[in-house]
Write a protein that binds this ligand. Sequence first.
Ligand SMILES: [Zn+2]
Length: 137
Amino acid sequence: MEDEVSTAEAIRLYRSRRANTVARWNNVYRMWQEGKTLAEIGKWIGKSESTVRQLLKRAALEKQKSPGFVWPVDKAGRKICDIPHPMPSNEDPRQWFHIRAFALTPTRTPNTSSTRQFCPVCKKGFMLGKTLMEILT
Ligand SMILES: [Zn+2]
């Protein structure tokens, strides 16, 4: 009898821990989508940036398992590369939207006005160039 009680208790504990864990993932994910940084979220939940990064990845994996999951896209319809949704290595980085990417050295040549970008998430450097026609029109 005592075993049955403790088994039921163990299941109850497991379920509530699981629910808490999922709630925590969702909370971190929501804050990330609101534009908070890893450091800000870490301060909020009392964890390190690397823990927040892990929680984000877990939250994203959980969401990707749910039916009807669609990869997030920006307003232009480009798939988004960020920590929860890293860009696959065989993709062209110029076709993706890298939320955290920053400009390196602006370069100008007669035919293009290009900016070199670096994305700290997928660790890719790439050019965001415009053709002369795009600049003139
Ligand atoms: Zn990227």
